[in-house]
Design a protein around this ligand. Structure first.
Ligand code: SF4
Length: 339
């Protein structure tokens, strides 16, 4: 019993110290923290799911500039949402944003739901993202459990992260939540994990919880993954056809990472038409994804006019000065910008 009381006290102190530290040292200038609405928190949390803060900032600002509110997003097409997401990667997140805003429009009269049970039902929102939205947008204390939080909590209690079960981590995370100021606590623990209790070389000296942390000044360097797998290389052969003012793109309807984005034609699928165009350039583009390397063999052809193509694929001649209205994968939009 004695042990449990002291553990509870340590957890309580942890959450108070995180709040205090956030108020003094947190990243208050992040754009989604300056003006807090459920809509802005939702968009930022989805963007942050697989991307670092510094990468997200310009994309968040751009997205909010295009769609400042739930209402403005409600009328957007999937193309427009993908275009606003272009370059950020993991496009499933953008497709989920589109699906979610449709549900919010149809079922919640364009108001972001405020109950955990409803939020977690939305596409792309798991328990941790729903918890963050509840704590940050509605000030209703809920635990979160991303990679940073797992690391901080497991180190604080000196528990081997690999051996902890997910359910146990959720229980610990729930115990730690500060019920008086869940906003500062939630932002604080995310900031602490990202800036102080980093995967390797944590800055224990600057850490607000170092007096209670059971691993303070004693964290072994992150183990290198000896069995790091070699990335799979995927080769793509694409043909980009251009007139002076437009380019020919096809909507990728395959269920792949680039689903519903616009790409040049697959060279094989357009080979019967290629005689109508003049080969201008050939280039190889290498693009690194998290788990794959793409090697794109891109042929550029010129055309005197916007010819019709006989195909059952959805294609469009897109004016060059309107290309930003379409969702394109980063390596393709980079090539097009350099044309
Ligand atoms: S004292 Fe060190 S190991 Fe413990 S939580 Fe802080 S930074 Fe992490």
């Amino acid at each position: 019993m004695q042990k449990k009381t002291s553990l509870n006290k340590r957890n309580q102190l942890f959450s108070q110290q995180i709040v205090q530290w956030y108020l003094e040292h947190g990243r208050h200038d992040l754009p989604w923290r300056k003006k807090v609405t459920p809509y802005r928190i939702w968009i930022s949390e989805i963007m942050l799911q697989q991307t670092q803060v510094k990468t997200v900032i310009p994309y968040f600002k751009n997205f909010i500039k295009k769609f400042p509110s739930q209402k403005s997003l409600s009328e957007a097409s999937e193309d427009q949402v993908l275009a606003a997401w272009s370059g950020l990667g993991f496009y499933r997140r953008a497709r989920n944003i589109f699906a979610t805003k449709e549900i919010i429009k149809n079922n919640y009269r364009n108001r972001f739901p405020n109950e955990f049970e409803h939020i977690i039902e939305l596409p792309g929102i798991g328990k941790s993202t729903a918890g963050a939205i509840m704590s940050l947008a509605y000030l209703d204390p809920h635990p979160i459990l991303d990679g940073n939080v797992k690391r901080v909590i497991s180190r604080f209690l000196k528990k081997e992260l690999d051996l902890l079960k997910e359910a146990e981590l959720w229980k610990l995370s729930k115990e730690m939540v500060n019920r008086d100021d869940c906003f500062s606590y939630t932002q604080g623990i995310m900031d602490l994990g990202a800036t102080i209790c980093k995967p390797s070389n944590p800055s224990c000296l600057e850490c607000p919880v170092n007096s209670q942390c059971l691993s303070a000044f004693n964290v072994s360097s992150a183990k290198k993954n000896k069995t790091a797998s070699v990335k799979k290389v995927i080769e793509m052969n694409l043909s980009l056809i251009l007139t002076k003012k437009s380019l020919l793109l096809v909507k990728n309807e395959n269920d792949s990472i680039w689903k519903n984005l616009w790409l040049p034609f697959d060279s094989g699928s357009i080979k019967n038409h290629i005689k109508n165009f003049k080969l201008a350039t050939t280039q190889k583009i290498k693009h690194e994804l998290t788990h794959r390397t793409l090697e794109i063999n891109l042929k550029t052809y010129s055309s005197l006019k916007e010819l019709e193509i006989e195909t059952n694929q959805t294609y469009k001649w897109i004016k060059k000065d309107r290309i930003e209205e379409y969702g394109l994968p980063k390596p393709i939009s980079k090539v097009i910008k350099e044309l």
